[in-house]
Design a protein around this ligand. Structure first.
Ligand code: HEC
Length: 154
């Protein structure tokens, strides 16, 4: 068998190394790009929850002065007001931190888009607003709720 010329062997080694490096850095880039997208989604969700949907207003407990209790955001809370006419009403807003009990991420997205709860449970009663978010916003809110430590609920 003829020996492989040195330049050819070197060329193949260099090509393999370049390929491997490109592969590794591409994967690393992919990971950080994915992380950036997830961070952006969580930030958008935080904005929707705290500044637009005002979920915190009903779903977070307050102290006797009406101030939010630090570290208890979205831990679930009694509703502090009542309807002035007889109507369907749920006086407690459940925990959302970490995701609502019994909801997967996709259940939460689906609920925010349609109002339908998982496992055939009846629709949420007032004063829960009947949000009909688009998928992007519903996914952002869900990503944010998921990122909030469920331990705040304890
Ligand atoms: C005006 C008060 C109010 C606001 C604002 C509000 N909620 Fe609610 N939410 C409620 C109440 C009360 C319930 C319980 C309804 C029931 O069980 O029939 C509820 C139920 C839910 C449920 C169902 C949870 C379960 O365990 O079944 C989810 C999910 C939810 N809210 C998410 C949100 C999100 C996300 C926002 C903000 C985008 C929000 N809510 C804003 C009062 C509110």
């Amino acid at each position: 068998m003829k020996p492989v010329p040195a330049f050819l062997a070197t060329g193949v080694t260099v090509a393999a190394a370049v390929f491997a490096l490109a592969f590794i850095s591409n994967r690393a880039l992919g990971d950080s790009a994915r992380q950036a997208t997830e961070d952006e989604r969580i930030e958008r969700g935080r904005y929707l929850v705290h500044r637009v949907g005002m979920c915190v207003d009903c779903h977070s407990p307050r102290d006797e002065k009406g101030e939010f209790i630090p570290g208890k955001h979205l831990a679930g809370a009694p509703i502090a007001f009542a309807a002035t006419v007889p109507m369907p009403w749920m006086p407690v807003a459940p925990k959302l931190a970490g995701l609502p009990a019994g909801f997967t991420a996709e259940d939460t997205v689906h609920f925010l888009m349609t109002g339908e709860r998982p496992n055939g449970r009846p629709a949420a009663l007032p004063p829960m607003p009947p949000y009909r978010m688009d998928r992007k916003d519903a996914e952002a809110v869900t990503a944010y709720l998921r990122s909030v430590a469920p331990s705040v609920a304890q």
